[in-house]
Design a protein around this ligand. Sequence first.
Ligand SMILES: [Zn+2]
Length: 166
Amino acid sequence: MSETLVRTLDQTRTERVIREANSLTNGYSAPPIPVREIAENAGVDVIFSSFGGASERVAGFCDFEARRLYVNSNDIITRQKFTMAHELGHWILHREFFESHPAEYRVLPRFHKPVSNHFEREADIFAANLLAPAALLRPVRELGAAALSSIFGVSRTMMELRLKEI
Ligand SMILES: [Zn+2]
């Protein structure tokens, strides 16, 4: 495949990811976005767990068969919301693939390594657009990252990135 074609395909997929996230938030007129409610409306239960011996390493994961998202109960709330949004991204975008290729699925680590494959990248893009939708962010962007991160209930780092993207 030509480089241009690969870029075009990537861009088409990214646009689809953003559309999927926007379709779940366009009923909400003000932040913060209730990500747990959205997940449960999408057919998955959200379970908080301390993960025992894996607590230090794992932020969360999706059990596709049981229709459950597991979230590390020891994490701070902004991190828990990101975990829910990221795993909901896998549930919405990649469920069919991971159900037929379970060995490809990776749990979400607490400490992010550089994003390694397009599934993880798409779940991150989905999470950013779900938690901080451009339509709600654009009109108030001049408030700045510090205020907006607490209004939207996301980390300061994510908000700084979002303000550059939109
Ligand atoms: Zn992931």
